[in-house]
Design a protein around this ligand. Structure first.
Ligand code: ASP
Length: 437
């Protein structure tokens, strides 16, 4: 067991968690037993990962930038990253769009199913709160720029949902270190390097319990999932999203293969533990520490690149989420007979792009932003709850899948940017790999 690679241990944990969940669901005490005695271990693990997300972003970003020596290098990384993030997101939306318009999963859905789903979920507290949250997000066109700048760095550091503000502060901090006298910057650089190594070691330690944690997470998901009959009615819609996600994954593998010459197997093996965690936690933010460790230590991306590309990607680059939003918006329109003209379709592409950038890297965020996409095409407000009710039952499993693609997209862009700058190291020659996993 000791020799088994980490990703296999996690897979075993997941499979056992699912089986355990299925078995105990048959007992009247099963659900309560899992929530009281098993689920807390999954929650503790997610907390541990979130606990180190902010320190990790700060130390690795400052270290990455201050190691660059010249600001122009940072500009190179930044511009390439942003261009790739926007292009891959647009590609994902277009793929989703083509699929949902070709397969038309919403057209075949019966009125009886719509009534059943509406009766079951339209009044659900989480749907109402999703609509309310989306309304709070609806603000001026430049609000996102204002939100980027923290007023008080301790407040930003104290709130995981303000990660972009921490990134902003860390970038300015790192750049300022480059601009001052190297003698004065050096003690700070040494401290940050030490802190960075300590935080990475913490990731390593936490990953030792990952197989047990995913057992707990998956068992909890299984016992709290909706009945199979309802899920089956949404199968065609779910399959459309999953097919789109698979196509995007293939696209990533092709890009990596053609641009770096590295095999799909190399890429998947390197990133697999992070993908499995993304699947189990449905949160790119919680997965970030592991994504960073895998991309740096196992895919050979230099820390100068990964320290910027990955934290930014976790919050702004969500290809899986954007594809899902395009499919879900059109699916809802098809099912509720809301006609979409060419301009509406273009609006969906644009708002899904912005909505995926604005979505927080936490479970269910994509569905909140979907409200904004639907509102942008003039979807009637009184039908919003019905629209969300249609996709609610299957949202968690789809969230798990789209989060995998979200973090894989970030990893792919890191590899490509690193290669373009000569910063992709051969994986058997990585200096100082910090992990034994
Ligand atoms: N759960 C996703 C993530 O963290 C966001 C979403 O699509 O809901 O990447």
């Amino acid at each position: 067991m000791k020799k088994l690679p980490l990703h296999w241990k996690i897979v075993i944990g997941m499979v056992l968690g699912i089986l355990f969940g299925i078995v105990v669901s048959n007992f009247s005490w099963g659900r309560e037993f899992v929530s009281d005695w098993i689920a807390p271990f999954g929650t503790i693990f997610i907390r541990l990962l979130k606990l180190i997300a902010i320190p990790l972003i700060f130390t690795s970003l400052v270290k990455g930038i201050s190691d660059l020596k010249e600001i122009s290098k940072f500009r190179n990384i930044g511009v390439r990253t942003i261009i790739l993030y926007i292009s891959t997101t647009v590609i994902a939306i277009v793929v989703g769009f083509l699929l949902v318009n070709t397969l038309k999963p919403g057209v075949g859905i019966s009125q009886e199913t719509i009534d059943l789903l509406t009766a079951t979920y339209a009044g659900d507290a989480s749907i109402t709160s999703n609509i309310e949250k989306a309304e709070q997000q609806d603000s001026g066109p430049l609000t996102f720029l204002i939100d980027l700048v923290p007023e008080n760095i301790f407040i930003a550091f104290g709130n995981n949902s303000l990660m972009l503000q921490v990134i902003f502060f860390s970038i300015i901090f790192g750049i300022s270190m480059l601009l001052i006298d190297p003698g004065s910057a050096q003690p700070v650089a040494k401290l940050i390097t030490g802190l960075n190594e300590i935080v990475l070691k913490m990731v390593d330690l936490f990953m030792q319990i990952a197989p047990f944690a995913v057992f707990a997470l998956l068992a909890q998901i299984v016992v709290s999932s909706d009945n199979i009959e309802i899920l089956q009615r949404l199968l065609f819609y779910g399959a459309t999203v999953v097919l789109g996600l698979i196509l995007i994954l293939c696209f990533y593998l092709l890009v990596v293969y053609f641009y770096t010459g590295k095999s799909p197997r190399w890429f998947i093996q390197g990133i697999a533990p992070a993908q499995l965690l993304a699947f189990s936690t449905s949160s790119s933010a919680a997965t970030l520490p592991v994504t960073m460790e895998r991309v740096t230590d196992h895919l050979g991306v230099d820390n100068e690149v990964s320290s910027f590309v990955l934290p930014v990607g976790a919050t702004v680059n969500m290809d899986g989420t954007s594809l899902y939003q395009a499919v879900a918006a059109v699916f809802i329109a098809q099912a509720l007979h809301f006609p979409l003209d060419f301009l509406d379709q273009l609006t969906i592409i644009l708002t899904a792009l912005l909505a995926s950038i604005g979505a927080a890297a936490v479970p269910g965020a994509g569905m909140i932003m979907l409200v904004i996409v639907l509102e942008s095409i003039g979807f009637p407000a009184d039908k919003l709850a019905i629209g969300l009710a249609l996709i609610f039952a299957i949202d968690r499993p789809l969230d798990m899948c789209r989060t995998v693609i979200n973090i894989t997209g970030d990893a792919m862009v890191s590899v490509v940017v690193a290669k373009s700058l000569g910063k992709l190291h051969p994986t058997n020659q990585i200096l100082n790999p910090k992990s034994q996993t």
